[in-house]
Write a protein that binds this ligand. Structure first.
Ligand code: ANZ
Length: 832
């Protein structure tokens, strides 16, 4: 058929690939292994274009490497616990489990319809007890080692619904269901001690060579290592009290004119007790505690504070500093207390202006002797500089002064050098139903008791329904929580919180090595064979949490003896978003293009090709109707070329001789084929720039048509060279558009799958461009240009230049003094 009909072709090959188990892979010591992984999806209901792009990229890498002789592991599964399943349950009355598994069935079909080369025999969903059983085991092992522990922390709480809310369920400070204000309530929760690994996590960000620098920088900022000092401030009139601050700017101590405490700071009640301000302070504290935690830490709030009525003493100036409670100071960082230096910290500056507090300049810029007066300042001078108004320390640089001032106070026991991290331990307790149960029980006599390993998994009961207020049924389901203590046999209560779903995604990539292992979490041999992941591909939105948690988890598993590698992902590719009309595709924007519609209209190959062609992977991909149309037409052009010439093509073998035996356009086409092999190989292998690879193949196809239409069909090399070009096109395109290429490949008479075809190599000699552009000058002025073949001798060049029409106009009738030749570049004819 002259016309390209993608659907029948695609479905046919998908069936055959599946029945032949083409994508299943076993450990094979005779080949080098390569593990390609795309971030597994949440089964939200349907595949979206972001997935299609992500998985098309991964599929090209997987197929390309397989054709290059690697034994490629390319698995897929489902990140299947989480909130949306609960929301669907509340909205539509479908059980989260049914909703999830139905979605998985639908989305699996969609992925298969796109022709991705996944080894589906390794598929799993994280909500399956056979998966989370091992997660519960890891939790117990972490608990044994003190890596999992319990402490109080704040959660969003709706007093009206009597339930904990996820961050997504808090809308402008109010409950999403009843719209009553949400408060912060302290509850006992489980934490994983990621901070034990903070230095290793940080160090390796300088060693992960295959990661994008910007992701590494984001992780470093998230870890947030600061070198600074702790300084103690005596409280006026209270020998028993002192306030300790953490500061990175001990050099500014002489300019500290007041003190700011976090609302939760334990000294606040003591400091305002019996003062006229007491009620106002306590009310302020209550109000501040209500504010969403992220708003406070991310500096989104209007800076506000209230005076406690107490003072502390600046240890170097002896001056009194009023002590405030301020909403922008958080208890979780440093000591929860900040020495305020309004001349050199912008937040303190704004606060001082608002509450009329003294501003004292103690740092001047390095390059200026002028010391600005406090009145002149319209914002804080935050840079390092030279100390002024700082007693014996005046004249020191900021850096020297930080050391000198800290050492000076340290000698009196009032300061110490301190390293501080922004990274906090990972709170994993979720008061949600649709998650993996945390395997502990609480016994009145024995306290916290881990569930014995041989009683795992603690199965999440599926015969429960969410409460009408959206809350988890586990805490009110006796059949679940009522149990007996594994230690003393007395009555006990199960933990009813479930784990953060980020726990499941922190180790799934290891499980793919041995998804069928039932007696232990990992088969050490297979894990050693496949891990770490050689190439991980996913969205930049996971730059911090998922990727940091996974790195931590691997290190913890290593130290518990489960794995023997240090880092999960050797190389990371973060692809850009898919956008339409300049905005991220989203339901709320109404600019969603559904992959199913596109497959129905154009076929999977076209959709894949468009996603790969429209921009390099790390950039955003702008959706365009012309673009997808263009991709379709290109495939149609490839199809038609073969369809029109199939009889002739079948009669010959692809040309494989030396390029020197070819002439004119045939030599040109053969050279172009080899150049295209080189370019496509390098673009995919070295840069993952599929767009430029595809553009090169398009050029080759254009030349194929030209040669067929204008070449010399009587030349015996004519069809062999064309066949070589067609085969080259088909093989090079196959990782991107595997169906149409498979069809053509078989039409050409082959009966093995393209995926088992070795990737072509190019002939270095055939790649050489043998045509050169030579400039011709007369008396140093450019008068003409000509193309010559690379081997042309100097004598020939001179002769050819003189024969050119344009040159004769300038030279005829004149005396030629000399002819200068710059090989490969230029001929200059000098005339009198
Ligand atoms: C005095 C000072 C003077 C500061 C100055 C800065 C500039 P990083 O680099 O992130 O570690 N800080 C300390 N604990 C805080 C808390 N719990 N909540 C809010 N802010 C806090 O930042 C360290 C600086 O952040 C510290 O240095 C402190 O302000 C503030 F000209 O101390 B600085």
């Amino acid at each position: 058929d002259m016309k390209y009909h993608p659907h029948a072709i695609e479905e046919k090959w998908q069936r055959l690939w599946e029945s032949e188990k083409l994508f299943e892979v076993k450990e094979d010591p005779s080949k080098e292994k390569f593990y390609v992984l795309e971030m597994f999806p949440y089964p939200s209901g349907r595949i979206h274009m972001g997935h299609v792009r992500n998985y098309s990229i991964g599929d090209v890498v997987a197929r390309f490497l397989r054709m290059n002789g690697y034994n490629v592991l390319h698995p897929m599964g489902w990140d299947a616990f989480g909130m949306p399943a609960e929301n669907a349950a509340i909205k539509a009355g479908i059980h989260p489990a049914k909703w999830t598994y139905d979605n998985i069935d639908y989305m699996r079909r969609q992925l298969k319809r796109l022709g991705f080369s996944y080894d589906w025999s390794r598929e799993f969903a994280t909500c399956d007890p056979s998966y989370y059983k091992w997660e519960q085991l890891f939790f117990l092992k972490m608990y044994e080692r003190g890596l999992a522990y319990r402490k109080k922390a704040y959660v969003n709480w709706c007093e009206h619904c009597q339930t904990v809310l996820a961050n997504e369920q808090v809308e402008q400070g109010a409950c999403w269901r009843c719209e009553n204000p949400v408060i912060q309530k302290e509850m006992e929760q489980w934490f994983l001690k990621i901070t034990d690994y903070v230095d290793e996590l940080l160090d390796y960000t300088y060693r992960l060579e295959g990661w994008p620098e910007r992701v590494l920088v984001m992780q470093r900022n998230w870890i947030g290592k600061s070198h600074g000092s702790e300084i103690d401030f005596p409280v006026e009139g209270r020998d028993d009290l002192k306030i300790t601050v953490f500061t990175t700017r001990a050099d500014t101590l002489f300019g500290a004119t007041f003190m700011s405490l976090a609302p939760e700071h334990p000294l606040v009640p003591e400091l305002c007790k019996g003062k006229e301000q007491e009620q106002r302070v306590l009310a302020f504290v209550e109000e501040a505690k209500k504010a969403k935690r992220s708003d406070r830490t991310e500096d989104l709030l209007e800076k506000e504070g209230v005076f406690t009525g107490s003072y502390c003493i600046n240890p170097v100036t002896g001056e009194r500093m009023p002590i405030f409670v301020a909403n922008f100071v958080v208890m979780e960082y440093g000591t929860g207390a900040v020495m305020a230096v309004p001349a050199h910290d912008q937040r303190d500056f704004e606060f001082a202006k608002k509450y009329n507090l003294p501003i004292k300049v103690v740092i001047r810029p390095e390059d200026s002797d002028l010391i600005p007066s406090a009145e002149e300042l319209d914002h804080a001078f935050e840079d390092d500089g030279v100390l002024v108004n700082s007693g014996q320390f005046s004249g020191l640089s900021s850096e020297d002064a930080r050391r000198a001032i800290t050492e000076h106070l340290a000698a009196q026991g009032m300061a110490r050098f301190q390293v501080q991290y922004r990274l906090r331990d990972w709170g994993i307790s979720r008061q949600r139903y649709w998650g993996a149960p945390i395997p502990v029980v609480y016994c009145d006599s024995c306290g916290i008791v881990p569930v014995p390993e041989d009683q795992l998994p603690v199965v999440l009961p599926l015969d429960l329904e969410l409460l009408p207020n959206g809350g988890s049924p586990l805490p009110v389901s006796e059949s679940f929580y009522r149990t007996s203590c594994p230690k003393c046999g007395g009555p006990a209560r199960r933990e009813t919180d479930t784990m953060d779903t980020f726990v499941e995604s922190s180790w799934y990539f290891i499980r793919f090595a041995c998804a069928d292992e039932n007696s232990q979490p990992f088969d050490p041999e297979r894990v050693r064979h496949w891990l770490p992941v050689d190439q991980y591909i996913g969205g930049i939105e996971h730059a911090v949490l998922h990727l940091l948690y996974s790195r931590f988890f691997v290190k913890a598993l290593r130290d518990m003896g489960y794995v023997d590698f240090d880092e999960p992902f050797k190389r990371l590719l973060t692809q850009g978003m898919v956008i339409k009309d300049g905005a991220k595709m989203s339901k709320s924007k109404g600019n969603v293009v559904d992959p199913d519609d596109m497959i129905a209209a154009y076929g999977a190959d076209t959709v894949r090709l468009f996603c790969l062609f429209a921009s390099p992977p790390e950039k955003d991909l702008e959706w365009s109707d012309q673009g997808i149309d263009g991709a379709y037409r290109f495939l149609g052009r490839v199809w038609r070329f073969v369809a029109e010439n199939i009889e002739k093509l079948r009669e010959v073998k692809p040309f494989s001789g030396d390029i020197s035996g070819l002439q004119g356009p045939l030599a040109g086409l053969y050279r172009k084929s080899h150049q295209t092999i080189k370019k496509v190989t390098e673009d995919i292998r070295d840069r993952y720039h599929f767009n430029t690879a595809i553009a090169a193949i398009m050029e080759l196809v254009n030349l194929m048509y030209q040669v067929r239409d204008r070449g010399d069909e009587k030349d015996p090399a004519f069809w062999p060279v064309l066949r070589h070009a067609v085969e080259t096109t088909v093989i090079l395109l196959s990782p991107m558009v595997p169906h149409i290429t498979e069809e053509i490949w078989h039409e050409l008479g082959y009966d093995s799958f393209l995926l088992n075809q070795p990737w072509p190599s190019y002939d270095e000699k055939a790649v050489q461009e043998d045509e050169l552009l030579i400039v011709i000058q007369v008396n140093g002025k450019v008068r003409d240009r000509m193309t010559v073949s690379a081997g042309t001798s100097e004598e020939e060049l001179k002769k050819m230049a003189l024969e050119r029409e344009k040159i004769r106009q300038y030279v005829d009738g004149k005396e030629i003094r000399k002819i200068v030749v710059v090989p490969g570049k230029l001929v200059n004819v000098v005339v009198a």
